[in-house]
Design a protein around this ligand. Structure first.
Ligand code: AMP
Ligand code: GLY
Length: 428
């Protein structure tokens, strides 16, 4: 069969790599892809978000007789790409526009959780700045302020002083730094605990959780500095014990999928739970409606079962007949970024050492911001590479990943030195 992956980051490179391992797949396409993806898939340059990109993608799919489309990022799903393709009889993996509101509108997600008794932080939503300020003054700090709409992971402020909280509100609601995404804000209770990501395959009725993982959102070591798209990840997460796993399934995954059905939505795709494991148990920080980035880079190397077989089972509603197998070991992914990211940075730096690292056993180099220029691979984004290693233990995986990263060089490259250390501390 022929498969198309939509997106251009490390997550999409990992997806393409895993799809290439499937003996069901003959041809693989990516839109727009990157330099790493182009080694294993045919990259087609259609700009995600351009005025007619749904139609351009559909034309490509029809012309090339592509059998299955897999969507990486959230924006096309929130904009309704699944409905558009399904209406034309094309097979696409990812939830429809109504179900995608779980990520597209934090206000929707919070009201949904409240209605179905799914554990999450207490909250209120506001469209009026004055009312929101009054509420913050009443509740006090710490408090968490979120733009309701999509804000590329930057719309959340955890505030420890009243000034900071009012300032965040003003930026979102008055200065409108996130545009329409900030017309409504969610203000919620601050939760303490350990953060984990649990992703699950969902076929509308049945769900199968993937192995646990944790990402590192802040730019600097010891979780300091501003938030980024993710500086690294590891899997598994030691705090997710069997008991916590059971509670996540019973208290969160089951009522979410059932609640969606009660609302008339068959959710087909990957459901991502951003969770805080608190003293009272797991609570939802956010839903995402897709694979996580960089979580996918640590999850897929542990997956033993054919990913395309799983996706087809989701699409045909037969996940209950499938057993998904995972490696017992550990994986760690270190994101190598351009100096200056998440602020200003320069592109076009030649990347050296890729071949040497590529030949290391159980090391994967997933490209994110790279392009090929005059036969060389150069940087073209803030997050450049996701270097992942897998090993029997977390300790070995951490050592190996940093040995690999040490072999890579480009001008002003930056990476965190403490990815996975949290798991070592908790685990042993
Ligand atoms: P979100 O995009 O909603 O996952 O929020 C981004 C980050 O903000 C999360 O990864 C957490 O580190 C933090 N965060 C979000 N909500 C809360 C909360 N209620 N309490 C504490 N931290 C939070
Ligand atoms: N790792 C966070 C995300 O994918 O949204």
């Amino acid at each position: 069969m022929k498969v198309l992956v939509v997106g251009s980051g490390g997550r999409e490179h990992a997806l393409c790599w895993k799809i290439r391992c499937s003996n069901r797949v003959k041809d693989l396409y990516a839109v727009p892809g990157n330099a790493g993806i182009s080694k294993i898939a045919k990259c087609i340059d259609i700009k995600i978000g351009s005025p007619n990109y749904f139609a351009d993608l559909a034309n490509l799919v029809k012309k090339e007789h592509i059998d299955l489309i897999i969507v990486g990022p959230e924006a096309p799903l929130v904009e309704g790409i699944s409905d558009y393709f399904a209406n034309q009889g094309l097979r696409i993996f990812g939830p429809n526009k109504r179900a995608a509101r779980l990520e597209g509108s934090k206000a929707f997600a919070k009201h949904f959780m409240k209605k179905y008794g799914i554990p999450t932080a207490d909250f209120c939503t506001f469209t009026n700045f004055g009312d929101a300020v009054e509420y913050i003054k009443k509740k006090g700090v710490p408090i968490v302020i979120k733009a309701s709409g999509l804000a590329a992971g930057k719309g959340v402020s955890v505030c420890f002083s009243l000034e900071e909280a009012i300032d965040s509100l003003r930026r979102i609601m008055v200065s409108q730094v996130f545009g329409r995404a900030g017309q409504r804000v969610v203000i919620e209770e601050y939760l303490e605990g350990d953060e984990v990501s649990i992703l699950a395959f969902v076929d509308g009725e049945t769900f199968i959780p993937m192995v646990s993982s944790t990402d590192h959102k802040r730019i600097f070591d010891q979780d300091k500095g501003p938030n980024t798209g993710g500086m690294g990840a590891y899997s598994p997460t030691p705090v997710v014990t069997r008991e916590i796993e059971r509670r996540i399934e019973e208290e969160i995954l089951y009522p979410t999928v059932k609640g969606l059905l009660d609302e008339g939505e068959r959710y087909v795709g990957v459901l991502y739970l951003g969770l805080m494991i608190t003293r009272d148990g797991p609570k939802v920080l956010e839903y995402n409606i897709r694979f996580g980035d960089p979580e996918t880079q640590v999850i897929l190397p542990r997956l033993r079962t054919d990913l395309v077989e799983i996706i087809e089972a989701c699409l045909s509603g037969s996940l209950n007949r499938l057993e998904i197998k995972w490696d017992e070991g550990a994986t760690v992914c270190v994101v190598v970024a351009s100096g200056g990211y998440p602020g200003k940075y320069e592109n076009g730096k030649e990347i050296l050492g890729l071949e040497e690292v590529g030949s290391m056993e159980n090391v994967f180099v997933f490209h994110a911001g790279t392009v090929q220029r005059n036969g060389k691979i150069v940087t073209s984004g803030g997050r450049v590479l996701g270097v992942t290693s897998s090993a029997r233990t977390m300790d070995e995986a951490v050592k190996k990943v940093y040995t690999a990263v040490d072999k890579i060089h480009f001008d002003s490259m930056y990476y965190r030195k403490d990815i996975g250390y949290k798991a070592l501390k908790i685990g042993g």
